[in-house]
Design a protein around this ligand. Structure first.
Ligand SMILES: *Cc1c(COP(=O)(O)O)cnc(C)c1O
Length: 405
């Protein structure tokens, strides 16, 4: 079967006895039992719900995993994975991680005594990465590809190094989805998704998925899912199933458009020179382009670029008409953001290394020519006086609560 047919087959509902074409929403909290001693397959919706089961089964099939568990958000999924660690145990995380994940790791370190170490697990070679993973490490965590600089860790090599230490490799593959990358086949033990992004694709649900490579891990994650209870509700599970039916056609289209936008920006960088760097892993001069090609089937749908000045970046964003200013990515609607001030504002000040002028674009399903024209008018516009962005470029530790995303 080809990939598109596999996705369709994985998502087909087969709920007896009525055989509906769409998985029914079991909007129920509890299930009646035959007797006090004889339980049916389902008893209570936190422990299991047929709609959530259908989603979890589909995700496991798409990832080639032993099982999947669905959570109320990507961070709930990550928090559950991190629960596999006990106080005093060590996790090594690649240093370029989603802001909310860094905030979560910081809290865990504080509240539970988990030893969190950041290391560069992308630059360099296997020897350097081996040195970065201490013998006592219990987990290695990376994003493939990372956001918003789209760095690609070598999943095969990191899996080998982690396993030599007896550690688990967890890959947050939110920016790829199983349409483009299946980390289990590359050796990962756990694959995490913020399904809020590409898997949903419609910006209408917050959800997280953990896929486990083997049955034992699947049991441990399912135990935690039930014990801690951050489960995905049946209606949200259904929304996700519905969004995933179009995963392939959405992502192929969005990647092609992202490629066109990245090429246009890169040409503008060379000819006009009012852009400093374009970051898109589909471009040949991205530092991880070749490695990414060895372990994936697509470049993603998001890219970023630098303008040299955070104030100018903010002014460009305000000018854009086809992109809404919003955190998150992966929806059918194009969005633009300044990661430093938005999705990554929760990164602790001492760990903040992103350029403050970085603009991130998530490319939707609009016509790419219209997106490019919009960027052109935004970049051509140079106001005489630039209004200041809401927060200083070199932000001190944040006063207001870190942004939700
Ligand atoms: C958004 C995101 C998360 C968090 O997911 P939520 O669904 O927002 O909780 C985790 N990892 C990555 C890479 C993300 O982009």
């Amino acid at each position: 079967m080809n990939k598109a047919t596999l996705v369709a087959a994985a998502l087909r509902g087969d709920d007896p006895p009525h055989r509906p074409s769409s998985t029914p929403i079991y909007q129920t909290a509890t299930f009646e039992q035959e007797s006090p001693e004889r339980f049916g397959r389902y008893d209570y919706a936190r422990s299991g719900n047929p709609t959530r089961d259908a989603l979890e089964g589909a995700c496991a099939r798409l990832e080639g995993a032993a099982g999947a568990s669905a959570f109320a958000s990507g961070l709930a999924a990550l928090a559950t994975v991190l629960r596999l660690l006990r106080p005093g145990e060590t996790i090594v995380a690649h240093e370029d991680l989603y802001g909310g994940t860094q905030r979560l790791l910081g809290r865990l370190a504080e509240a539970q005594g988990i030893d969190v170490r950041y290391a560069d697990l992308v630059e360099g070679d296997a020897d350097a990465w081996e040195r970065a993973i201490p013998p006592a490490a219990k987990m290695v965590l990376v994003e493939s590809v990372s956001n918003p600089l789209w760095r690609a860790p070598d999943i095969r090599v990191l899996a080998r190094l982690a396993h030599q230490r007896g550690a688990l490799l967890a890959v947050d593959a939110t920016a790829m989805s199983p349409w483009w990358q299946r980390p289990v086949a590359l050796g990962a033990d756990l694959v995490v998704h913020s399904a809020t992004k590409l898997l949903s694709g419609h910006g209408d649900v917050t959800a997280g998925i953990v896929c486990s490579a083997d049955a034992e891990l699947r049991e441990r994650i399912a135990f935690l899912q039930n014990a801690e209870g951050a489960v995905l509700g049946p209606f949200d599970a259904w929304l996700l199933l519905r969004g995933m039916k179009t995963l392939g056609i959405r992502l192929d289209r969005q990647a092609a458009s992202a490629m066109a936008v990245a090429r246009w920006l890169d040409r503008r960088r060379q000819r006009v020179g009012d852009i400093d760097r374009v970051h898109f892993i589909g471009l040949c001069d991205h530092p991880d382009h070749d490695r990414h090609r060895q372990q994936s089937e697509g470049p993603g749908l998001a890219l970023s670029f630098e303008t040299g000045d955070a104030t100018r970046s903010a002014a460009i964003l305000r000018r854009l008409e086809r992109f809404s200013i919003a955190v998150s990515f992966g929806s059918v609607d194009s969005t633009a953001s300044l990661p430093c001030f938005m999705s990554h504002a929760s990164v602790p000040a001492e760990r903040r290394s992103l350029p403050s002028d970085l603009i991130r674009l998530s490319i939707g399903i609009e016509d790419p020519d219209d997106l490019i024209s919009d960027l052109e008018q935004g970049l051509d516009f140079l106001p005489e006086r630039l209004p200041q962005p809401e927060r200083p470029a070199q932000a001190a530790p944040l006063e207001r609560p870190p942004c939700a995303l």
